[in-house]
Write a protein that binds this ligand. Structure first.
Ligand SMILES: Cc1ncc(COP(=O)(O)O)c(C=O)c1O
Length: 434
C-alpha cells in the first residue's frame, strides 16, 4: 500500500475507526498523489517568471483556443472554459453548492459536512460510492423500486449483494418495517451495510412524509447503535421537485453527525435540478458521525475521493461547471426555477386528475406519487412488457416496463394538455390486449 494511503488510514484508525471499517479494499488503498497536480498548484502560487508545469497550451496569458469553438461562448473568458478544472471541481462552485444545500435543507444547520466534490454527474458519484465502500459480497439495502442502473454499478461492477424490501406498506406509505427487517438481518450477518435512499424516487415518484422520514432515520440510528456500520447514501437526483405534502429536504441532513457508525453520503447535482442533463455536473458530499469541529474523517474521505477521480476521469468538464456556477449566481435563478417547478407540478396534478376516472379502475392501480419526474401504473390484466411493445407499435407511445406489472410514465416530458390523451391511449392498449 502506498505510504500516503497508510498515513490516511492510520489517522482514520485513530480518529474514526468505524469509517475505516466501512471502506472497501479499494477505498483503503486510495490516496491523492503528490504528483503533477500538487507541483502545478505550488508553481501557480510561486512561479512568477515562467510556469512550465501545466499540461495545457497557452498564448499570452490565456489558454490557447480555436476561434471556431470560442465563437459560441463569446461572453465567457477563455480561462473559465478551456483549462482543466481542479480534480475536486471549481472552488467557487463547490462553495455555492454547499450554501444552496444549507439553504434548502434546514436540518443541516449546525452540522458539519464536507465541501461538495464535483463529479461527472450523479452516476459517477454513485459509482464512486461503490468503489469507496463496496467490496464483493457487501450488502446494499434498497427498496424493490429502484433506478435499474444501480444493478450495473453496485451489482456488476462492485459485486455487491442486493437486499431489497417492498417500497410500500399496506397503507401505501413508505415501508419502514420492511426496511428495518432487511437492515437488521444484514447487520447480524455482515456488521456493515450500504443503504441507498432515493427520494423523490425513480421510478415511483414517491417521497416519504416527514414522519416516514423520521422512521427511516430511527431505523438507521438504532441499527447503528446495535453495532452495525452503515454507509447511508442519499441519491437526491430529483431534489426540490416536491409537489405535495412530503418531506422537502434530503435525509442527508438528518443522518449527518448522527452516530459514529453512520457515514452519510449525499449524491446530488445539476442534472435534473437545473435541467442540464448533458452537462454532467454533480456532487458527492460526506458527513461522518462526529459533531463539532473534528473534520479529520471527512477531509480524509475528500482526499480518497479526489484520488479516485484522478484515477478515473481526472477531472469533470470545466465549461459545465462555469455555466452552473453562473446560474447559481444569477438573480433570475430562483424565479426561473420556480416557473419550471410549477410546470412539472401542474403535469403531476393533471396525471392525478386523469387517473381518478372510473373507467381506468379495471385496468390498473397506481403507486402513490408526489414528486419528481415519474409515476408508475400497476397493471391488473396485461403484462407490462407486452403492453409497452403494443403501445409503441400500434400507437407510437413510449413507456418503460419495469417488471411484469409496472409501467413507468415520465410525465416530466408530456405537456399538460396531452396527458389525458396519453392515458386514454394506454387504456386503449390494455383493452386491445385483454
Ligand atoms: C435515481 C437516479 N439517480 C441518478 C441518476 C443519474 O443522474 P446523472 O444523469 O446525473 O448521472 C438518475 C437518472 O436517471 C436517476 O434516476
Amino acid at each position: 500500500m502506498n505510504p500516503l494511503a497508510v498515513e490516511l488510514n492510520s489517522t482514520l484508525a485513530a480518529r474514526s475507526p468505524h469509517v475505516l471499517e466501512m471502506l472497501s479494499q479499494m477505498g483503503k488503498n486510495l490516496f491523492f498523489p503528490k504528483g503533477i497536480l500538487s507541483q502545478s498548484a505550488e508553481a501557480k502560487a510561486k512561479a512568477h517568471r515562467f510556469n512550465a508545469t501545466i499540461g495545457i497550451a497557452t498564448e499570452g496569458d490565456k489558454p490557447m483556443y480555436l476561434p471556431c469553438i470560442h465563437k459560441h461562448f463569446a461572453e465567457y473568458d477563455p480561462s473559465q472554459l478551456y483549462p482543466y478544472a481542479p480534480p475536486a471541481g471549481k472552488p467557487e462552485l463547490r462553495q455555492l453548492w454547499r450554501e444552496k444545500m444549507l439553504r434548502e435543507n434546514p436540518s443541516l444547520k449546525g452540522k458539519h459536512f464536507s465541501l461538495p466534490i464535483v463529479t461527472n454527474a450523479l452516476t459517477h458519484g454513485l459509482s464512486m460510492v461503490g468503489d469507496l465502500f463496496v467490496d464483493p459480497g457487501d450488502h446494499l439495502i434498497l427498496p424493490d423500486q429502484i433506478w435499474g442502473n444501480y444493478r450495473l454499478t453496485y451489482g456488476v461492477r462492485n459485486q455487491g449483494v442486493f437486499r431489497q424490501f417492498p417500497f410500500f406498506n399496506s397503507a401505501d406509505g413508505f415501508n419502514a418495517d420492511g426496511f428495518r427487517t432487511v437492515l437488521t438481518a444484514t447487520a447480524r450477518e455482515k456488521g456493515k451495510a450500504v443503504v441507498i435512499l432515493n427520494f423523490p424516487n425513480n421510478p415511483t415518484g414517491y417521497t416519504p412524509t416527514v414522519a416516514e422520514g423520521e422512521a427511516i432515520v430511527t431505523v438507521i440510528r438504532e441499527v447503528a447503535e446495535a453495532g452495525c456500520n452503515i454507509v447511508a447514501v442519499t441519491d437526491d437526483a430529483y431534489f426540490g421537485l416536491f409537489y405535495e405534502d412530503s418531506l422537502r429536504e434530503s435525509l442527508f441532513g438528518r443522518l449527518a453527525n448522527l452516530h459514529p457508525r453512520i457515514l452519510a453520503v449525499k449524491i446530488d447535482g445539476a442534472t435534473k435540478e437545473e435541467f442540464v442533463w448533458g452537462f454532467r455536473t454533480g456532487f458527492i458530499t460526506f458527513a461522518d458521525g462526529h459533531g463539532g469541529e473534528d473534520r479529520t474523517a471527512v477531509e480524509i474521505l475528500e482526499k480518497k475521493a479526489m484520488g479516485l477521480i484522478r484515477a478515473t476521469i481526472s477531472n469533470s468538464p470545466h465549461p459545465s461547471q462555469t455555466f452552473v456556477l453562473e446560474a447559481l449566481r444569477s438573480p433570475d435563478y430562483p424565479r426561473e426555477k420556480e416557473q419550471k417547478l410549477q410546470i412539472l407540478k401542474a403535469r403531476a396534478m393533471e396525471v392525478k386528475r386523469v387517473l381518478s376516472r372510473d373507467e381506468f379502475r379495471q385496468a390498473w392501480d397506481y403507486y402513490p406519487f408526489n414528486s419528481g419526474y415519474f409515476m408508475c401504473l400497476k397493471l391488473k390484466k396485461v403484462d407490462a412488457e407486452a403492453l409497452r411493445v403494443h403501445l409503441l407499435e400500434r400507437y407510437g407511445v413510449g413507456t418503460i416496463a419495469n417488471n411484469a406489472t409496472d409501467l413507468r410514465i415520465a410525465f416530466s416530458c408530456i405537456a399538460k394538455e396531452n396527458i389525458a390523451e396519453l392515458f386514454d391511449l394506454i387504456h386503449q392498449g390494455v383493452k386491445d390486449l385483454s
